[in-house]
Ligand binder design. Structure first.
Ligand code: SAH
Ligand code: SF4
Ligand code: F3S
Length: 468
């Protein structure tokens, strides 16, 4: 049994990343007829890990179910980014425990970023002995062995330190139209509030040749869109000798002729002019950038360890908009960072007023054990923080609506992804700028990029009709 340790995770080793080509074959008969229930929380990285986990479960013969009660194995793929993650985990575990009463052979597995937290794993061992397997973000490739080797005791395999890069991974992708493609794992930025560098380890870039090979295969299989995935995509390659820059990688991916290329998330500090030029140059690189601000106050940004000032962020924003006036820009903002003052918060509102984001994810600061910000003194009360969040959201929503309204009566290309869940007579898709569009016709156009006339706009979506 190995336990994770956040302090150990902070001490980055100089160990060179190993690139391991997996060649795993499992006898598909072990669990034939048995069902798996997989629940994933968190970011796109976790969602994509979920696609790997699903594929691994199916390699043992499991088939999916979306009913907990029918499951023979339950895997909970957790996120640790904010405090409420713990409530979600323990709430869900209650349901699992109940399911196990009715099915003694039920296997319960916990993985994802919370499984990389020492306190969580210790509590699982001590208080939740009905949990069968725990594995970390660096051990997903061991899942089948963990399941097969479980001998009526908890099987726990979580490394504290960074893992390797595994190639030849098989995924059960959620879509046959758009795909996630990891370009790097981990993060080296250590923003003072953030737990990701501990739960995901140091930055490890995949080799560009492997990334291109994966995208080429997706093109062959009829995929229309890839999203290059990483916590800090534009630091791509900086951990490798003789590797491409992120801008060069974007260009190489665009040249595979995949219809749409997206990427998430880019850090303002690593954003280069070369990137802006490349995004502007290629029609198949989408004019959409998620550019997390976190705070508009240079004082708070410094405390956050973000490595840019308000002015530098605004300059970057202006450069992007100058090169691509129609580029949509979205952001992440944290309010209530330790001792954020009214003045600091006003600076954030000022940036929002200047950037008029297409949309934004907003959060109240959540202290994460083991991070420097969790130890910072904080005298601001929660009511003030909640009021700030509300005020910020109101402002952001007004800009989202205004940005969306500009689309009314325009004809824009939309990749149709499927039938709308809310209204089975409609289909939905996304514009190149990542706006969700609900469309009244087009059931026969799923998987295609078609011209859609926008008829109405709300804060979070557009309505449209396909131009025949
Ligand atoms: N790598 C991305 C962000 C990943 S986490 C980046 O650097 O932008 C997604 C978002 O969660 C962050 O952008 C931040 O806004 C928010 N977040 C991270 N840690 C948080 C914390 N401790 N409390 C509140 N929000 C947090
Ligand atoms: Fe967290 Fe900062 Fe890394 Fe993003 S860049 S994952 S916020 S440490
Ligand atoms: Fe959550 Fe881990 Fe992603 S903490 S946001 S699932 S990297």
């Amino acid at each position: 049994m190995k336990l994770p340790n956040l302090n150990e995770a902070r001490k980055r080793t100089n160990k060179e990343t190993e690139y391991i080509y997996l060649n795993q074959n499992y006898d598909k008969k072990a669990f034939v007829g048995e069902k798996y229930f997989l629940k994933t929380y968190g970011c796109q990285m976790n969602v994509h890990d979920g696609e790997e986990i699903a594929s691994r479960l199916e390699s043992l013969g499991f088939t999916p179910t979306d009913t907990l009660e029918q499951a023979d194995i339950i895997i909970l793929n957790t996120c640790a980014i904010r405090e409420n993650a713990h409530d979600k985990l323990y709430g869900f575990l209650g349901r699992c425990k109940h399911a196990k009463k009715n099915n003694k052979n039920l296997i319960i597995g916990i993985c994802g970023c919370m499984a990389q937290e020492e306190s969580v794993v210790k509590e699982l061992i001590a208080k939740h002995p009905y949990v069968d397997i725990v594995f970390g973000t660096h051990n997903i490739h061991e899942l089948q062995d963990l399941i097969l080797n479980r001998k009526n005791k908890q099987n726990i395999e979580v490394y504290s330190c960074e893992g390797n890069v595994y190639e030849n991974i098989s995924y059960k992708r959620d879509s046959n139209i758009k795909a996630w493609v990891n370009i790097q794992y981990g993060c080296d930025k250590f923003c003072t509030y953030c737990i990701v560098p501990y739960t995901r380890g140091k930055q490890r870039s995949r080799k560009s040749s492997e990334i291109i090979k994966e995208v080429e295969q997706l093109v062959k299989n009829g995929y229309q869109e890839v999203t290059l995935l990483g916590q800090n995509v534009n630091a791509y390659g900086k951990d490798l000798k003789d590797e491409m820059s992120f801008a060069q990688l974007l260009e190489a991916v665009a040249k595979t002729n995949i219809a749409r290329v997206r990427f998430v998330t880019s850090h303002p500090w690593d954003f280069t002019d070369e990137m802006i030029e490349t995004i502007a140059k290629y029609d198949n690189i989408m004019p959409y950038i998620h550019l997390p601000l976190q705070s508009g106050s240079s004082r708070i940004l410094k405390l956050m360890g973000r490595r840019y000032t308000k002015e530098e962020y605004l300059n970057l924003y202006a450069k992007i908009k100058k090169a691509m006036p129609n580029c949509a820009i979205t952001t992440d903002i944290i309010v209530g960072f330790p001792n954020e003052t009214d003045e600091d918060f006003k600076e954030t509102l000022d940036v929002v007023n200047k950037c008029q984001y297409d949309s934004a994810f907003t959060f109240i600061f959540s202290p994460r054990e083991g991070t420097p910000a969790a130890k910072m003194e904080d005298e601001t009360d929660m009511t003030t923080k909640e009021e700030r969040l509300q005020e910020l959201n109101k402002l952001i929503n007004s800009y989202s609506l205004a940005a969306n309204k500009k689309y009314i009566d325009k004809i824009v290309p939309v990749l149709i992804e499927g039938i709308s869940e809310k209204d089975k007579n409609k289909v939905f898709g996304y514009t190149d700028t990542m706006k969700l569009v609900n469309i009244t016709n087009g059931q026969d156009k799923i998987g295609q990029i078609v011209n859609v006339k926008i008829t109405d706009a709300k804060s979070f979506s557009l309505d449209g009709i396909i131009e025949e």
